[in-house]
Design a protein around this ligand. Structure first.
Ligand SMILES: *[C@@H]1O[C@H](CO)[C@@H](O)[C@H](O)[C@H]1NC(C)=O
Ligand SMILES: *[C@@H]1O[C@H](CO)[C@@H](O)[C@H](O)[C@H]1NC(C)=O
Ligand SMILES: *[C@@H]1O[C@H](CO)[C@@H](O)[C@H](O)[C@H]1NC(C)=O
Ligand SMILES: *[C@@H]1O[C@H](CO)[C@@H](O)[C@H](O)[C@H]1NC(C)=O
Ligand SMILES: *[C@@H]1O[C@H](CO)[C@@H](O)[C@H](O)[C@H]1NC(C)=O
Ligand SMILES: *[C@@H]1O[C@H](CO)[C@@H](O)[C@H](O)[C@H]1NC(C)=O
Ligand SMILES: *[C@@H]1O[C@H](CO)[C@@H](O)[C@H](O)[C@H]1NC(C)=O
Ligand SMILES: *[C@@H]1O[C@H](CO)[C@@H](O)[C@H](O)[C@H]1NC(C)=O
Length: 496
Protein backbone atom coordinates (compact mmCIF):
# COMPACT_ATOMS: atom_id res chain seq x y z
CA UNK A 1 0.00 0.00 0.00
CA UNK A 2 2.92 2.36 0.66
CA UNK A 3 4.04 2.29 -3.01
CA UNK A 4 0.61 3.47 -4.27
CA UNK A 5 1.12 7.21 -4.14
CA UNK A 6 4.56 7.21 -5.84
CA UNK A 7 3.23 4.91 -8.59
CA UNK A 8 0.49 7.44 -9.19
CA UNK A 9 3.13 10.12 -9.54
CA UNK A 10 5.17 7.97 -11.86
CA UNK A 11 2.16 7.44 -14.07
CA UNK A 12 1.54 11.18 -14.07
CA UNK A 13 5.14 11.84 -15.06
CA UNK A 14 5.09 9.26 -17.84
CA UNK A 15 1.74 10.49 -19.18
CA UNK A 16 2.73 14.15 -19.02
CA UNK A 17 6.08 13.32 -20.60
CA UNK A 18 4.39 11.49 -23.47
CA UNK A 19 1.93 14.34 -23.96
CA UNK A 20 4.79 16.83 -23.98
CA UNK A 21 6.70 14.79 -26.56
CA UNK A 22 3.61 14.40 -28.76
CA UNK A 23 2.77 18.09 -28.54
CA UNK A 24 6.36 18.96 -29.37
CA UNK A 25 6.43 16.63 -32.36
CA UNK A 26 3.11 18.06 -33.57
CA UNK A 27 4.41 21.60 -33.16
CA UNK A 28 7.53 20.84 -35.17
CA UNK A 29 5.67 19.08 -38.03
CA UNK A 30 2.53 21.22 -37.89
CA UNK A 31 2.78 22.47 -41.47
CA UNK A 32 2.82 19.03 -43.01
CA UNK A 33 0.13 17.73 -40.66
CA UNK A 34 -2.07 20.66 -41.60
CA UNK A 35 -1.34 20.08 -45.27
CA UNK A 36 -2.38 16.43 -44.95
CA UNK A 37 -5.64 17.28 -43.18
CA UNK A 38 -6.39 20.02 -45.71
CA UNK A 39 -5.73 17.70 -48.63
CA UNK A 40 -7.97 15.00 -47.16
CA UNK A 41 -10.79 17.55 -46.97
CA UNK A 42 -10.57 18.87 -50.54
CA UNK A 43 -9.99 15.54 -52.26
CA UNK A 44 -12.67 14.57 -54.79
CA UNK A 45 -13.96 11.17 -53.72
CA UNK A 46 -17.62 10.20 -53.41
CA UNK A 47 -17.62 10.62 -49.63
CA UNK A 48 -15.43 13.69 -49.18
CA UNK A 49 -16.84 16.98 -48.02
CA UNK A 50 -15.47 18.92 -50.98
CA UNK A 51 -17.18 16.52 -53.36
CA UNK A 52 -20.62 16.99 -51.79
CA UNK A 53 -20.32 20.75 -52.14
CA UNK A 54 -18.90 20.50 -55.61
CA UNK A 55 -21.61 18.26 -57.14
CA UNK A 56 -24.35 20.81 -56.62
CA UNK A 57 -22.87 24.09 -55.41
CA UNK A 58 -25.36 26.13 -53.41
CA UNK A 59 -23.56 29.46 -53.65
CA UNK A 60 -25.85 31.94 -55.42
CA UNK A 61 -24.64 32.38 -58.99
CA UNK A 62 -25.66 35.16 -61.34
CA UNK A 63 -25.19 35.39 -65.05
CA UNK A 64 -25.36 39.00 -66.23
CA UNK A 65 -25.67 39.76 -69.92
CA UNK A 66 -25.09 43.20 -71.43
CA UNK A 67 -26.31 43.65 -75.01
CA UNK A 68 -25.06 46.39 -77.31
CA UNK A 69 -28.00 48.09 -79.04
CA UNK A 70 -26.90 49.31 -82.44
CA UNK A 71 -28.78 52.60 -82.71
CA UNK A 72 -27.68 53.81 -86.15
CA UNK A 73 -27.79 50.57 -88.15
CA UNK A 74 -29.76 52.21 -90.96
CA UNK A 75 -26.84 54.57 -91.69
CA UNK A 76 -24.15 51.87 -91.94
CA UNK A 77 -21.43 51.94 -93.29
CA UNK A 78 -21.48 55.74 -93.79
CA UNK A 79 -21.58 56.30 -90.02
CA UNK A 80 -19.51 54.28 -87.64
CA UNK A 81 -21.70 52.11 -85.39
CA UNK A 82 -23.12 53.77 -82.29
CA UNK A 83 -23.48 51.16 -79.57
CA UNK A 84 -25.55 51.65 -76.44
CA UNK A 85 -24.96 49.13 -73.70
CA UNK A 86 -28.20 47.68 -72.28
CA UNK A 87 -28.58 45.59 -69.18
CA UNK A 88 -27.65 43.77 -67.13
CA UNK A 89 -30.18 41.13 -68.12
CA UNK A 90 -29.71 39.03 -65.03
CA UNK A 91 -30.24 35.29 -64.79
CA UNK A 92 -29.96 33.15 -61.70
CA UNK A 93 -27.86 30.17 -62.56
CA UNK A 94 -28.24 26.67 -61.19
CA UNK A 95 -25.21 24.52 -61.82
CA UNK A 96 -24.94 20.79 -61.40
CA UNK A 97 -22.20 18.36 -62.19
CA UNK A 98 -23.69 15.30 -63.85
CA UNK A 99 -22.63 12.00 -65.42
CA UNK A 100 -19.81 11.75 -62.90
CA UNK A 101 -17.61 8.74 -63.51
CA UNK A 102 -14.62 7.79 -61.36
CA UNK A 103 -11.58 6.22 -62.96
CA UNK A 104 -9.79 4.82 -59.89
CA UNK A 105 -6.86 3.40 -61.84
CA UNK A 106 -6.08 6.86 -63.24
CA UNK A 107 -6.93 8.73 -59.99
CA UNK A 108 -9.26 10.85 -62.07
CA UNK A 109 -12.92 11.50 -62.66
CA UNK A 110 -14.92 12.81 -65.56
CA UNK A 111 -18.08 14.87 -65.53
CA UNK A 112 -20.28 17.22 -67.45
CA UNK A 113 -21.74 20.49 -66.25
CA UNK A 114 -25.43 21.18 -66.59
CA UNK A 115 -26.48 24.77 -66.19
CA UNK A 116 -29.99 26.20 -65.99
CA UNK A 117 -30.87 29.88 -66.04
CA UNK A 118 -33.86 31.73 -64.62
CA UNK A 119 -34.58 35.34 -65.46
CA UNK A 120 -34.17 37.52 -62.38
CA UNK A 121 -36.37 40.53 -61.69
CA UNK A 122 -33.41 42.62 -60.53
CA UNK A 123 -32.44 42.98 -64.20
CA UNK A 124 -32.10 46.47 -65.67
CA UNK A 125 -34.49 45.83 -68.57
CA UNK A 126 -36.95 43.14 -69.59
CA UNK A 127 -36.87 40.25 -72.04
CA UNK A 128 -39.36 42.28 -74.16
CA UNK A 129 -36.83 45.04 -74.97
CA UNK A 130 -36.52 45.56 -78.71
CA UNK A 131 -32.82 45.49 -79.55
CA UNK A 132 -30.88 45.88 -82.78
CA UNK A 133 -27.68 43.89 -83.31
CA UNK A 134 -25.54 42.86 -86.26
CA UNK A 135 -27.19 40.11 -88.33
CA UNK A 136 -25.04 37.26 -87.05
CA UNK A 137 -26.59 34.60 -89.31
CA UNK A 138 -25.69 36.56 -92.44
CA UNK A 139 -22.23 37.45 -91.08
CA UNK A 140 -21.52 33.75 -90.43
CA UNK A 141 -22.73 32.65 -93.84
CA UNK A 142 -20.60 35.29 -95.55
CA UNK A 143 -17.53 34.47 -93.44
CA UNK A 144 -17.85 30.79 -94.29
CA UNK A 145 -18.06 31.67 -97.98
CA UNK A 146 -14.84 33.68 -98.01
CA UNK A 147 -12.87 31.14 -100.03
CA UNK A 148 -15.72 30.25 -102.39
CA UNK A 149 -15.67 31.00 -106.12
CA UNK A 150 -17.49 33.86 -107.81
CA UNK A 151 -20.61 31.86 -108.78
CA UNK A 152 -21.27 30.43 -105.35
CA UNK A 153 -20.68 33.79 -103.65
CA UNK A 154 -23.11 35.47 -106.06
CA UNK A 155 -25.59 32.72 -105.25
CA UNK A 156 -25.27 33.46 -101.54
CA UNK A 157 -25.61 37.18 -102.23
CA UNK A 158 -28.90 36.57 -104.06
CA UNK A 159 -30.11 34.16 -101.38
CA UNK A 160 -29.53 36.75 -98.66
CA UNK A 161 -31.42 39.38 -100.66
CA UNK A 162 -34.26 36.96 -101.39
CA UNK A 163 -34.72 36.05 -97.72
CA UNK A 164 -34.73 39.74 -96.85
CA UNK A 165 -31.51 39.69 -94.84
CA UNK A 166 -30.20 43.09 -93.87
CA UNK A 167 -27.00 44.07 -92.17
CA UNK A 168 -28.76 44.16 -88.80
CA UNK A 169 -31.70 42.47 -87.04
CA UNK A 170 -34.13 43.86 -84.47
CA UNK A 171 -35.48 41.32 -82.04
CA UNK A 172 -36.69 41.06 -78.47
CA UNK A 173 -33.98 40.49 -75.86
CA UNK A 174 -35.53 37.13 -74.89
CA UNK A 175 -35.37 35.93 -78.50
CA UNK A 176 -31.81 37.11 -78.98
CA UNK A 177 -30.66 35.31 -75.86
CA UNK A 178 -32.18 31.94 -74.93
CA UNK A 179 -35.40 31.58 -76.92
CA UNK A 180 -33.97 32.09 -80.40
CA UNK A 181 -35.77 33.25 -83.53
CA UNK A 182 -36.58 31.54 -86.78
CA UNK A 183 -34.81 32.30 -89.99
CA UNK A 184 -35.30 30.82 -93.48
CA UNK A 185 -31.53 30.66 -93.96
CA UNK A 186 -31.31 28.13 -91.11
CA UNK A 187 -33.82 25.89 -92.89
CA UNK A 188 -31.80 26.19 -96.06
CA UNK A 189 -28.58 25.33 -94.17
CA UNK A 190 -30.18 22.04 -93.05
CA UNK A 191 -30.26 20.83 -96.65
CA UNK A 192 -26.69 21.89 -97.43
CA UNK A 193 -23.70 19.53 -97.11
CA UNK A 194 -22.06 19.84 -93.70
CA UNK A 195 -18.80 21.10 -95.26
CA UNK A 196 -20.66 24.33 -96.09
CA UNK A 197 -21.79 24.85 -92.50
CA UNK A 198 -18.52 23.83 -90.88
CA UNK A 199 -20.11 20.66 -89.46
CA UNK A 200 -22.46 22.63 -87.20
CA UNK A 201 -25.46 20.59 -86.06
CA UNK A 202 -28.63 21.82 -87.80
CA UNK A 203 -30.79 24.09 -85.68
CA UNK A 204 -34.31 25.46 -86.05
CA UNK A 205 -33.72 28.79 -84.43
CA UNK A 206 -30.90 31.19 -83.82
CA UNK A 207 -30.15 32.73 -80.43
CA UNK A 208 -26.95 33.76 -78.73
CA UNK A 209 -27.54 31.15 -75.99
CA UNK A 210 -30.05 29.02 -77.87
CA UNK A 211 -30.19 25.42 -76.57
CA UNK A 212 -27.74 26.17 -73.78
CA UNK A 213 -30.39 26.14 -71.03
CA UNK A 214 -30.26 22.74 -69.25
CA UNK A 215 -27.72 21.49 -71.78
CA UNK A 216 -24.97 19.17 -70.62
CA UNK A 217 -22.74 19.81 -73.62
CA UNK A 218 -21.86 23.49 -73.33
CA UNK A 219 -18.76 23.03 -71.21
CA UNK A 220 -17.96 19.62 -72.62
CA UNK A 221 -16.87 16.38 -70.97
CA UNK A 222 -14.13 17.25 -68.51
CA UNK A 223 -11.72 14.82 -66.89
CA UNK A 224 -9.89 16.08 -63.81
CA UNK A 225 -7.55 14.79 -61.11
CA UNK A 226 -9.17 13.71 -57.84
CA UNK A 227 -6.16 14.73 -55.76
CA UNK A 228 -5.88 11.26 -54.18
CA UNK A 229 -2.28 10.83 -55.25
CA UNK A 230 -0.02 12.65 -52.82
CA UNK A 231 1.45 15.83 -54.24
CA UNK A 232 -1.44 16.41 -56.64
CA UNK A 233 -4.20 18.99 -56.41
CA UNK A 234 -7.79 18.01 -57.17
CA UNK A 235 -9.70 19.55 -60.06
CA UNK A 236 -6.81 19.88 -62.50
CA UNK A 237 -7.88 19.14 -66.04
CA UNK A 238 -6.47 16.08 -67.79
CA UNK A 239 -8.69 15.68 -70.81
CA UNK A 240 -11.47 17.62 -72.48
CA UNK A 241 -14.12 16.04 -74.72
CA UNK A 242 -11.83 12.99 -74.80
CA UNK A 243 -9.01 15.04 -76.29
CA UNK A 244 -5.57 14.72 -74.72
CA UNK A 245 -4.57 17.90 -76.51
CA UNK A 246 -6.55 20.51 -78.41
CA UNK A 247 -7.03 19.65 -82.06
CA UNK A 248 -7.29 23.32 -83.07
CA UNK A 249 -3.75 24.34 -82.25
CA UNK A 250 -0.28 22.91 -82.31
CA UNK A 251 2.66 22.88 -79.93
CA UNK A 252 2.41 24.55 -76.56
CA UNK A 253 -1.00 26.08 -77.35
CA UNK A 254 -2.58 22.65 -77.77
CA UNK A 255 -1.84 21.61 -74.18
CA UNK A 256 -4.82 20.98 -71.95
CA UNK A 257 -3.73 21.88 -68.44
CA UNK A 258 -4.51 23.96 -65.38
CA UNK A 259 -7.38 24.21 -62.97
CA UNK A 260 -10.92 23.53 -64.16
CA UNK A 261 -11.89 26.62 -62.13
CA UNK A 262 -12.71 25.35 -58.64
CA UNK A 263 -9.46 24.15 -57.08
CA UNK A 264 -6.14 26.01 -57.06
CA UNK A 265 -2.68 25.11 -55.85
CA UNK A 266 -1.71 26.05 -52.29
CA UNK A 267 0.97 28.55 -51.26
CA UNK A 268 0.37 30.99 -54.12
CA UNK A 269 2.97 33.72 -54.39
CA UNK A 270 3.29 36.88 -56.42
CA UNK A 271 5.32 35.01 -59.01
CA UNK A 272 2.78 32.24 -59.49
CA UNK A 273 0.84 32.15 -62.74
CA UNK A 274 -2.68 30.92 -62.18
CA UNK A 275 -3.22 28.44 -64.98
CA UNK A 276 -6.78 27.76 -65.89
CA UNK A 277 -8.68 25.89 -68.57
CA UNK A 278 -11.60 27.97 -69.86
CA UNK A 279 -14.09 25.93 -71.93
CA UNK A 280 -15.64 29.09 -73.45
CA UNK A 281 -12.26 30.02 -74.87
CA UNK A 282 -11.41 26.39 -75.73
CA UNK A 283 -7.97 26.91 -74.29
CA UNK A 284 -5.74 27.27 -71.26
CA UNK A 285 -4.97 30.79 -70.07
CA UNK A 286 -2.52 32.16 -67.55
CA UNK A 287 -3.64 34.79 -65.07
CA UNK A 288 -0.96 37.07 -63.66
CA UNK A 289 -0.58 38.45 -60.17
CA UNK A 290 -2.05 41.92 -59.89
CA UNK A 291 -2.42 42.94 -56.24
CA UNK A 292 -3.21 41.80 -52.71
CA UNK A 293 -5.80 42.86 -50.18
CA UNK A 294 -8.38 41.68 -47.67
CA UNK A 295 -11.96 40.47 -48.11
CA UNK A 296 -13.99 39.76 -44.96
CA UNK A 297 -10.78 39.59 -42.94
CA UNK A 298 -9.17 37.10 -45.31
CA UNK A 299 -6.06 37.98 -47.29
CA UNK A 300 -6.19 37.48 -51.03
CA UNK A 301 -3.95 37.59 -54.07
CA UNK A 302 -5.69 38.83 -57.16
CA UNK A 303 -4.75 37.27 -60.50
CA UNK A 304 -6.05 38.87 -63.68
CA UNK A 305 -6.10 38.27 -67.37
CA UNK A 306 -3.65 40.73 -68.85
CA UNK A 307 -3.06 41.84 -72.41
CA UNK A 308 -0.44 39.11 -72.68
CA UNK A 309 -2.54 36.25 -71.33
CA UNK A 310 -5.41 37.04 -73.67
CA UNK A 311 -3.34 37.93 -76.66
CA UNK A 312 -3.73 36.64 -80.14
CA UNK A 313 -1.15 38.79 -81.78
CA UNK A 314 2.48 38.60 -82.72
CA UNK A 315 3.45 40.82 -79.77
CA UNK A 316 3.69 37.81 -77.47
CA UNK A 317 5.55 34.97 -79.15
CA UNK A 318 4.24 32.38 -76.66
CA UNK A 319 0.73 32.99 -77.95
CA UNK A 320 1.53 33.03 -81.64
CA UNK A 321 0.54 29.37 -81.99
CA UNK A 322 -3.02 30.50 -81.16
CA UNK A 323 -3.19 32.68 -84.30
CA UNK A 324 -4.88 30.77 -87.01
CA UNK A 325 -4.48 32.98 -90.01
CA UNK A 326 -4.63 36.66 -89.11
CA UNK A 327 -2.66 37.72 -86.08
CA UNK A 328 -3.33 41.41 -86.45
CA UNK A 329 -5.27 42.70 -83.42
CA UNK A 330 -4.11 42.10 -79.87
CA UNK A 331 -6.52 41.27 -77.07
CA UNK A 332 -8.71 38.96 -79.13
CA UNK A 333 -9.13 35.23 -79.16
CA UNK A 334 -10.15 33.55 -82.38
CA UNK A 335 -12.57 30.84 -81.25
CA UNK A 336 -13.74 30.14 -84.78
CA UNK A 337 -12.18 26.68 -84.83
CA UNK A 338 -14.19 25.46 -81.86
CA UNK A 339 -17.45 27.15 -83.01
CA UNK A 340 -17.83 25.35 -86.33
CA UNK A 341 -15.98 28.03 -88.27
CA UNK A 342 -18.27 30.93 -87.34
CA UNK A 343 -16.57 34.37 -87.17
CA UNK A 344 -16.58 34.33 -83.36
CA UNK A 345 -13.93 36.26 -81.46
CA UNK A 346 -13.82 36.71 -77.71
CA UNK A 347 -12.22 39.63 -75.91
CA UNK A 348 -12.48 41.31 -72.55
CA UNK A 349 -15.55 43.59 -72.30
CA UNK A 350 -15.21 46.91 -74.12
CA UNK A 351 -11.95 45.60 -75.64
CA UNK A 352 -10.13 46.17 -72.35
CA UNK A 353 -6.37 45.63 -72.88
CA UNK A 354 -7.13 45.28 -76.61
CA UNK A 355 -5.56 46.94 -79.62
CA UNK A 356 -6.79 50.61 -79.64
CA UNK A 357 -7.68 50.19 -83.31
CA UNK A 358 -10.54 47.87 -82.29
CA UNK A 359 -12.22 50.72 -80.43
CA UNK A 360 -11.78 53.26 -83.22
CA UNK A 361 -14.26 51.35 -85.41
CA UNK A 362 -17.21 51.74 -83.02
CA UNK A 363 -18.58 54.37 -80.64
CA UNK A 364 -19.88 53.74 -77.14
CA UNK A 365 -17.14 51.59 -75.64
CA UNK A 366 -15.37 52.72 -72.52
CA UNK A 367 -13.06 50.10 -70.99
CA UNK A 368 -12.61 50.25 -67.23
CA UNK A 369 -10.45 47.68 -65.40
CA UNK A 370 -12.77 47.84 -62.37
CA UNK A 371 -15.80 46.83 -64.40
CA UNK A 372 -14.34 44.79 -67.22
CA UNK A 373 -11.37 42.75 -66.06
CA UNK A 374 -11.36 39.00 -65.66
CA UNK A 375 -9.92 37.98 -62.32
CA UNK A 376 -9.61 35.42 -59.57
CA UNK A 377 -8.95 36.66 -56.03
CA UNK A 378 -7.60 33.66 -54.14
CA UNK A 379 -6.71 33.08 -50.49
CA UNK A 380 -3.03 32.28 -51.12
CA UNK A 381 -2.18 29.77 -48.38
CA UNK A 382 -5.21 27.51 -48.92
CA UNK A 383 -5.77 28.28 -52.61
CA UNK A 384 -9.49 29.00 -52.12
CA UNK A 385 -11.11 31.46 -54.57
CA UNK A 386 -12.79 34.28 -52.62
CA UNK A 387 -13.97 36.60 -55.36
CA UNK A 388 -14.18 35.64 -59.01
CA UNK A 389 -15.29 37.71 -61.98
CA UNK A 390 -15.47 35.83 -65.27
CA UNK A 391 -16.11 38.33 -68.06
CA UNK A 392 -16.06 38.00 -71.82
CA UNK A 393 -17.24 39.96 -74.78
CA UNK A 394 -18.49 38.22 -77.88
CA UNK A 395 -17.56 39.87 -81.18
CA UNK A 396 -18.24 39.02 -84.81
CA UNK A 397 -15.61 39.61 -87.47
CA UNK A 398 -16.76 41.27 -90.69
CA UNK A 399 -14.76 42.26 -93.76
CA UNK A 400 -15.65 43.56 -97.26
CA UNK A 401 -16.57 41.03 -99.91
CA UNK A 402 -16.96 42.38 -103.42
CA UNK A 403 -19.23 39.59 -104.68
CA UNK A 404 -21.78 39.86 -101.89
CA UNK A 405 -23.91 42.98 -102.20
CA UNK A 406 -24.66 43.23 -98.49
CA UNK A 407 -20.97 43.31 -97.55
CA UNK A 408 -19.59 45.24 -100.52
CA UNK A 409 -18.71 48.35 -98.53
CA UNK A 410 -18.40 47.20 -94.94
CA UNK A 411 -15.19 48.02 -93.11
CA UNK A 412 -12.92 45.28 -91.80
CA UNK A 413 -13.75 45.22 -88.11
CA UNK A 414 -14.72 43.35 -84.97
CA UNK A 415 -18.37 43.97 -84.20
CA UNK A 416 -19.20 43.77 -80.45
CA UNK A 417 -22.50 41.95 -79.81
CA UNK A 418 -22.73 41.38 -76.05
CA UNK A 419 -20.68 40.73 -72.96
CA UNK A 420 -21.33 38.53 -69.96
CA UNK A 421 -20.29 38.67 -66.38
CA UNK A 422 -20.26 35.87 -63.85
CA UNK A 423 -19.43 37.04 -60.40
CA UNK A 424 -19.07 34.81 -57.36
CA UNK A 425 -18.06 36.04 -53.93
CA UNK A 426 -17.41 33.98 -50.86
CA UNK A 427 -20.44 33.98 -48.53
CA UNK A 428 -20.01 35.36 -45.02
CA UNK A 429 -20.52 31.89 -43.44
CA UNK A 430 -17.88 30.42 -45.71
CA UNK A 431 -15.55 33.33 -44.91
CA UNK A 432 -16.02 32.72 -41.17
CA UNK A 433 -15.16 29.07 -41.66
CA UNK A 434 -12.08 29.95 -43.68
CA UNK A 435 -10.91 32.35 -40.99
CA UNK A 436 -11.05 29.48 -38.50
CA UNK A 437 -9.11 27.20 -40.85
CA UNK A 438 -6.50 29.91 -41.36
CA UNK A 439 -6.20 30.49 -37.63
CA UNK A 440 -5.73 26.75 -37.09
CA UNK A 441 -3.08 26.76 -39.80
CA UNK A 442 -1.23 29.76 -38.39
CA UNK A 443 -1.56 29.17 -34.64
CA UNK A 444 -1.75 25.37 -34.51
CA UNK A 445 2.02 25.03 -34.26
CA UNK A 446 2.30 27.67 -31.54
CA UNK A 447 -0.57 26.16 -29.52
CA UNK A 448 1.09 22.73 -29.64
CA UNK A 449 4.43 24.23 -28.58
CA UNK A 450 2.72 25.90 -25.60
CA UNK A 451 1.02 22.61 -24.71
CA UNK A 452 4.41 20.92 -24.82
CA UNK A 453 5.72 23.52 -22.37
CA UNK A 454 2.79 23.02 -20.01
CA UNK A 455 3.21 19.25 -19.97
CA UNK A 456 6.96 19.59 -19.53
CA UNK A 457 6.34 21.87 -16.53
CA UNK A 458 4.02 19.22 -15.08
CA UNK A 459 6.79 16.65 -15.46
CA UNK A 460 9.31 18.93 -13.76
CA UNK A 461 6.90 19.89 -10.99
CA UNK A 462 5.77 16.35 -10.18
CA UNK A 463 9.30 14.98 -10.49
CA UNK A 464 10.76 17.53 -8.02
CA UNK A 465 7.98 16.89 -5.47
CA UNK A 466 8.53 13.19 -5.93
CA UNK A 467 12.30 13.27 -5.41
CA UNK A 468 11.92 15.39 -2.23
CA UNK A 469 9.37 13.02 -0.65
CA UNK A 470 10.96 9.77 -1.79
CA UNK A 471 14.40 9.62 -0.15
CA UNK A 472 13.28 6.31 1.31
CA UNK A 473 12.07 4.67 -1.90
CA UNK A 474 13.83 1.63 -3.28
CA UNK A 475 16.58 2.01 -5.85
CA UNK A 476 14.71 0.09 -8.58
CA UNK A 477 12.12 2.88 -8.62
CA UNK A 478 14.85 5.46 -9.20
CA UNK A 479 16.18 3.36 -12.06
CA UNK A 480 12.72 3.24 -13.55
CA UNK A 481 12.49 6.98 -13.31
CA UNK A 482 15.78 7.60 -15.05
CA UNK A 483 14.61 7.64 -18.68
CA UNK A 484 11.95 10.18 -17.76
CA UNK A 485 14.66 12.51 -16.55
CA UNK A 486 16.31 12.31 -19.90
CA UNK A 487 13.09 13.23 -21.66
CA UNK A 488 12.73 16.07 -19.22
CA UNK A 489 16.23 17.33 -19.90
CA UNK A 490 15.52 17.33 -23.63
CA UNK A 491 12.29 19.22 -23.17
CA UNK A 492 13.75 21.80 -20.85
CA UNK A 493 16.63 22.40 -23.18
CA UNK A 494 14.08 23.06 -25.92
CA UNK A 495 12.48 25.71 -23.73
CA UNK A 496 15.68 27.72 -23.68
C1 LIG B 1 2.94 25.32 -48.15
O1 LIG B 1 3.87 25.91 -47.26
C2 LIG B 1 3.99 25.21 -46.02
C3 LIG B 1 4.99 25.96 -45.18
O2 LIG B 1 4.63 27.29 -45.09
C4 LIG B 1 4.47 23.77 -46.29
O3 LIG B 1 4.55 23.05 -45.10
C5 LIG B 1 3.47 23.10 -47.21
O4 LIG B 1 3.91 21.79 -47.53
C6 LIG B 1 3.35 23.89 -48.47
N1 LIG B 1 2.34 23.27 -49.31
C7 LIG B 1 2.52 23.03 -50.60
C8 LIG B 1 1.42 22.39 -51.32
O5 LIG B 1 3.55 23.35 -51.16
C1 LIG C 1 -32.46 50.07 -79.44
O1 LIG C 1 -32.23 50.96 -80.49
C2 LIG C 1 -33.37 51.12 -81.34
C3 LIG C 1 -32.94 51.99 -82.51
O2 LIG C 1 -32.37 53.18 -82.08
C4 LIG C 1 -34.49 51.76 -80.54
O3 LIG C 1 -35.64 51.88 -81.37
C5 LIG C 1 -34.82 50.85 -79.38
O4 LIG C 1 -35.81 51.45 -78.55
C6 LIG C 1 -33.58 50.58 -78.55
N1 LIG C 1 -33.92 49.58 -77.55
C7 LIG C 1 -33.87 49.80 -76.24
C8 LIG C 1 -34.29 48.68 -75.38
O5 LIG C 1 -33.47 50.85 -75.78
C1 LIG D 1 -29.84 50.66 -66.74
O1 LIG D 1 -29.82 50.80 -68.15
C2 LIG D 1 -29.75 52.15 -68.60
C3 LIG D 1 -29.75 52.12 -70.12
O2 LIG D 1 -30.80 51.37 -70.61
C4 LIG D 1 -28.49 52.83 -68.09
O3 LIG D 1 -28.49 54.19 -68.45
C5 LIG D 1 -28.44 52.71 -66.58
O4 LIG D 1 -27.21 53.22 -66.12
C6 LIG D 1 -28.57 51.27 -66.17
N1 LIG D 1 -28.61 51.19 -64.72
C7 LIG D 1 -27.83 50.35 -64.04
C8 LIG D 1 -28.02 50.35 -62.58
O5 LIG D 1 -27.03 49.61 -64.59
C1 LIG E 1 -21.04 10.26 -69.67
O1 LIG E 1 -19.63 10.21 -69.57
C2 LIG E 1 -19.00 9.26 -70.43
C3 LIG E 1 -17.52 9.27 -70.17
O2 LIG E 1 -17.25 9.19 -68.84
C4 LIG E 1 -19.29 9.59 -71.89
O3 LIG E 1 -18.71 8.63 -72.75
C5 LIG E 1 -20.81 9.64 -72.10
O4 LIG E 1 -21.08 10.08 -73.41
C6 LIG E 1 -21.47 10.59 -71.11
N1 LIG E 1 -22.90 10.49 -71.20
C7 LIG E 1 -23.69 11.44 -71.70
C8 LIG E 1 -25.15 11.19 -71.66
O5 LIG E 1 -23.25 12.46 -72.18
C1 LIG F 1 -6.33 5.97 -67.96
O1 LIG F 1 -4.97 6.12 -68.36
C2 LIG F 1 -4.61 5.32 -69.47
C3 LIG F 1 -3.14 5.46 -69.72
O2 LIG F 1 -2.64 6.66 -69.25
C4 LIG F 1 -5.41 5.74 -70.69
O3 LIG F 1 -5.07 4.93 -71.80
C5 LIG F 1 -6.88 5.59 -70.38
O4 LIG F 1 -7.65 6.09 -71.46
C6 LIG F 1 -7.25 6.35 -69.12
N1 LIG F 1 -8.62 6.06 -68.78
C7 LIG F 1 -9.52 6.98 -68.58
C8 LIG F 1 -10.88 6.51 -68.27
O5 LIG F 1 -9.24 8.16 -68.62
C1 LIG G 1 -34.50 27.18 -68.53
O1 LIG G 1 -35.24 25.99 -68.36
C2 LIG G 1 -36.07 25.98 -67.22
C3 LIG G 1 -36.79 24.65 -67.17
O2 LIG G 1 -35.92 23.62 -66.98
C4 LIG G 1 -37.08 27.11 -67.28
O3 LIG G 1 -37.85 27.12 -66.08
C5 LIG G 1 -36.34 28.42 -67.43
O4 LIG G 1 -37.26 29.47 -67.56
C6 LIG G 1 -35.44 28.37 -68.63
N1 LIG G 1 -34.65 29.59 -68.66
C7 LIG G 1 -34.64 30.41 -69.70
C8 LIG G 1 -33.80 31.62 -69.58
O5 LIG G 1 -35.29 30.21 -70.70
C1 LIG H 1 -38.35 46.48 -83.11
O1 LIG H 1 -37.95 47.74 -83.62
C2 LIG H 1 -37.87 47.80 -85.04
C3 LIG H 1 -37.42 49.18 -85.44
O2 LIG H 1 -36.33 49.60 -84.67
C4 LIG H 1 -39.23 47.47 -85.66
O3 LIG H 1 -39.12 47.43 -87.06
C5 LIG H 1 -39.70 46.11 -85.15
O4 LIG H 1 -41.01 45.83 -85.61
C6 LIG H 1 -39.70 46.09 -83.65
N1 LIG H 1 -40.02 44.74 -83.21
C7 LIG H 1 -40.94 44.48 -82.30
C8 LIG H 1 -41.20 43.06 -81.99
O5 LIG H 1 -41.53 45.37 -81.72
C1 LIG I 1 -9.66 32.24 -87.15
O1 LIG I 1 -9.37 30.84 -87.05
C2 LIG I 1 -9.83 30.11 -88.15
C3 LIG I 1 -9.68 28.63 -87.90
O2 LIG I 1 -8.74 28.34 -86.93
C4 LIG I 1 -9.04 30.52 -89.39
O3 LIG I 1 -9.45 29.76 -90.51
C5 LIG I 1 -9.33 32.00 -89.64
O4 LIG I 1 -8.58 32.45 -90.73
C6 LIG I 1 -9.03 32.83 -88.41
N1 LIG I 1 -9.60 34.14 -88.67
C7 LIG I 1 -8.92 35.26 -88.48
C8 LIG I 1 -9.61 36.50 -88.87
O5 LIG I 1 -7.82 35.28 -87.98
Amino acid sequence: MRGHAPRCRRVTIVAAGLCAATALATALTWNSIFETILNSQVILTPRSRAYKEWVEPNVPLFFDVYLFNWTNADRFPEEIPDLVQLGPYRFRERRRHVNITFHPQNRSMSYQTQRSWYFDESSNGTLQDNITILNVIAASAIYRSRYWGFIRQKGLSMGLAMFGHGISVSRLAGELLFEGYEDPLLDLAKSLPSSTTGGAPPVDRFGLFYERNNSMDTDGLVEVTTGEMSGTIPGQILRWNNYDSLPYYSGECAKIKGSAGEFMSHNLTEDTLLTMFVPDLCRTVNLEYDKSGYIDGLPYHKYTMTDISFDNSTRSPVNSCFCNGDCSWGGLMNVSACRYGSPAFLSLPHFLHGDPELREKVRGLDPDPELHSFYFAVEPRLGVPLDVAGRFQFNVFIEPCSNIALYENVPKMMFPIFWVEQRVRVSSEMAAELRVVRAVCEWGGTVCACAALVFASVVVFVATCYSKKSQYTKTEEIVLEKPKDEAEIKLTSFEN
